[in-house]
Ligand binder design. Structure first.
Ligand SMILES: O=C(CO)COP(=O)(O)O
Length: 249
């Protein structure tokens, strides 16, 4: 059975002030038509509550870009999963390569964050991806399968849980370089072979924009896309959402 398609907008730190955020959300409400698609907006922590409030009666979801790996009280500088749930956050991006690299975050830590997200009714969007060097020099499929398994709590324990696996090759993020249909297909079908992920959705991220979304939609094993830069432009977001809905990827 085909899963409902999803468009995840990772706004990273592109949008810096509340007035710009307000404008974008109003534009999304006015212009983005949703029928056969879920849209998740992932702003920085500071803008999350305001966006969740603005989107309360509108069928667009809100996600965070990380969460704390602990649930205790003393975590200076962190945001707990329960705090995210409290402000209306339904999704969370975990293991993004920018976070893995900056925070030296291991897949084991990401696995514990996935567990915490699920416990707090947050759908984890688990990012995996290889560097260009790894793709050229070693068995990248084996690496990606291992990275995915290590980034999940315990594959047998997550069966039937709502989880999103995002394949984001690091060499494609923000570079304009997009893998071929065959290259995406190869990775997605390898990741889908991991036991226990029958309920999971699989999305692609890395330089997705309004011009290449038609081509990316040819990857029939995908359930959607994770978009960075282009998602902060509502006109582009609108085109991407329309193509996803029109095309049965
Ligand atoms: O990192 C990404 C989404 O999480 C991809 O970013 P770009 O779409 O800007 O390449």
């Amino acid at each position: 059975m085909q899963k409902r398609k999803i468009l995840i907008a990772n706004w990273k730190t592109y949008i810096k002030n509340f007035s710009e955020i307000d404008e974008k959300i109003d534009e999304i409400k006015d212009q983005v038509f949703l029928k056969d698609l879920d849209i998740v907006i992932c702003p920085s922590y500071i803008h999350l509550q305001s966006i969740a409030n603005k989107l309360k009666d509108f069928e667009v979801f809100v996600g965070s870009q990380n969460l704390c790996s602990s649930e205790s009280n003393a975590n200076t500088g962190e945001v707990l999963a329960s705090m995210l749930t409290d402000v209306g956050c339904q999704y969370c991006i975990l293991g993004h390569s920018e976070v893995r690299e900056r925070n030296n975050e291991s897949s084991n830590i990401i696995a514990s964050k996935v567990q915490i997200a699920l416990k707090n009714s947050i759908i984890p969007i688990v990012c995996v991806g290889e560097t260009l060097e790894l793709r050229e020099k070693s068995d990248y499929i084996k690496f990606l399968i291992n990275q995915t398994i290590e980034s999940l709590p315990q594959v047998s324990g997550i069966e039937d849980k709502d989880i999103i696996i995002a394949y984001e090759p690091i060499w494609s993020i923000g570079t304009g370089k997009v893998p071929s249909i065959e290259q995406i297909e190869e990775v997605i079908s390898a990741l889908k072979s991991i036991p226990g992920l029958s309920a999971a959705k699989f999305v692609y991220g890395g330089s997705v924009n309004e011009k290449n979304i038609d081509e990316i939609c040819k990857v029939k094993s995908l359930d959607g896309v994770l978009v960075g830069g282009a998602s902060t432009d509502v006109a582009k977001l609108k085109i991407i959402s329309q193509v996803l809905q029109d095309d049965n990827i």
